[in-house]
Design a protein around this ligand. Structure first.
Ligand code: AMP
Length: 271
C-alpha cells in the first residue's frame, strides 16, 4: 500500500482498524479511538473467506461497501483499504499457526481453522498497512488474545489496542450478524448479555461449575436461543477457572445460536 508507505516515510503515525465491513457503531468507535490517538486513520474492509468454517455463513455475511465508505467519510477516515481476494491471496495459503491452548478452546474448538484464517489475514494486513497501532474489539475476546500472540510470534512492531464492547440499548453486543436476526430472535438475543450480567453477580458466591449450569438453563429457557458454550476462563491465557476467588482477571465467554445466526459475547466477571 503505497499511501501507507509514504505516510510512514513522512513520519505520520498510522492507526489501523481491520474490519469485514457492514459497519456498525462498534466499528466506528474503534475507528474514532484510532483517529484520536494517531496522525492518520486507515480502515480495511475485507470479508476474509479463509476464516469462515461455514460456507453458508460466508455467503450470507452482510455486505454494503457504499454505506460503509459513507460512514467512514463522516468520521474523516484518511484511507480505506478494500482489497479483493486475489490481492490478499494470489496463491493458495498453506500457513498453519499454532498458538497453543488459546486457539484450541471455545471459538477454536467450535470453528475449526477460524483463528488460523484470522491470523493469516491480519498478518498480511499488518505487512501491507504497517500501522503503528491496531485497534481490536473486546467483543471478540479470544481473537484479541490470538492477535496479541500473533504480534509476538511474528515480531510485528505494532501496538495492539483493546477497545470495550459497544452495545445496543438493551445490552446486545453490536455485530454485523445482528442484521440477520428476525424480530423475535433480536428481542430474545438481549438475554445473552442479561445472562452474562447475572453470571457476574453470582461470581464469587457460586462455583464456576454452578454458574455455568445456571447460564445454560437461562439461555436455553428461551425458545429462540441455544447455548453452544459458556466458559469461565483466565483472561490472559484462557485456561478454565477452577476456583471461586482468583486474584487475576476472569472472563466469561459465551456463544449462542439464534436460529442460523451465531452470536458471541463476553464479560469480565471480577473487574
Ligand atoms: P469484524 O468486522 O466483525 O471482523 O470486526 C472488526 C473489529 O471490530 C474487530 O476488532 C471486532 O472485535 C470489532 N468489533 C466488532 N463488534 C464490536 C463491538 N460491538 N464493540 C467493539 N468492537 C467490536
Amino acid at each position: 500500500m503505497e499511501w501507507a508507505a509514504n505516510a510512514r516515510k513522512s513520519h505520520f503515525e498510522l492507526g489501523f482498524v481491520p474490519t469485514m465491513g457492514a459497519l456498525h457503531q462498534g466499528h466506528i468507535d474503534l475507528a474514532k479511538r484510532a483517529k484520536a490517538k494517531n496522525d492518520l486513520l486507515v480502515c480495511s474492509i475485507f470479508v476474509n473467506p479463509i476464516q469462515f468454517n461455514n460456507p453458508e455463513d460466508l455467503k450470507k455475511y452482510p455486505r454494503d461497501l457504499e454505506r460503509d465508505l459513507q460512514r467512514l467519510q463522516t468520521i474523516d477516515c484518511d484511507a480505506v483499504f478494500c482489497p479483493d481476494e486475489e490481492e490478499i491471496y494470489p496463491e493458495p495459503v498453506t500457513t498453519k499457526y499454532d498458538f497453543g491452548h488459546v486457539d484450541k478452546v471455545m471459538e477454536g474448538k467450535y470453528r475449526q481453522g477460524h483463528f488460523n484464517g484470522v491470523a493469516i489475514v491480519v498478518n498480511k494486513l499488518f505487512d501491507i498497512v504497517q500501522p503503528h497501532r491496531a485497534y481490536f474489539g473486546e467483543k471478540d475476546f479470544q481473537q484479541l488474545q490470538i492477535i496479541k500472540a500473533l504480534v509476538k510470534k511474528e515480531k510485528k512492531e505494532v501496538e495492539v489496542i483493546a477497545c470495550p464492547t459497544v452495545r445496543e440499548s438493551d445490552g446486545l453486543a453490536m455485530s454485523s450478524r445482528n442484521a440477520r436476526l428476525n424480530p423475535l430472535q433480536r428481542k430474545e438475543a438481549a438475554k445473552i448479555f442479561e445472562t452474562l450480567e447475572g453470571a457476574k453477580k453470582r461470581f464469587g458466591f457460586m462455583s464456576p461449575r454452578a454458574i455455568k449450569k445456571w447460564v445454560e438453563q437461562e439461555i436455553n429457557a428461551s425458545s429462540e436461543l441455544k447455548l453452544e458454550y459458556f466458559e469461565i476462563v483466565d483472561a490472559e491465557n484462557l485456561l478454565p477457572l477452577e476456583k471461586t476467588d482468583p486474584d487475576f482477571p476472569v472472563v466469561g465467554c459465551i456463544a449462542v445460536n439464534a436460529g442460523e445466526v451465531r452470536l458471541i459475547d463476553n464479560i469480565f466477571l471480577n473487574v
